[in-house]
Design a protein around this ligand. Structure first.
Ligand SMILES: [Zn+2]
Length: 51
């Protein structure tokens, strides 16, 4: 299955099998690790940084 990935500026690699999952994973990571950034990234921004 194809995986999509997102490299957080802190160096953590987030992966998911679909866009919805990646957005959710990224938002969760931001909320836990970077509370100041939580809510700063829209779905489109997250997906534009994914690879
Ligand atoms: Zn991070």
């Amino acid at each position: 299955m194809k995986k999509i990935r997102l490299r957080c500026p802190c160096g953590v690699l987030l992966t998911s099998s679909d866009e919805d999952g990646l957005v959710e994973t990224a938002q969760e990571h931001l909320a836990q690790e970077h509370p100041k950034l939580a809510g700063e990234y829209s779905r489109e921004q997250i997906l534009s940084m994914s690879f």
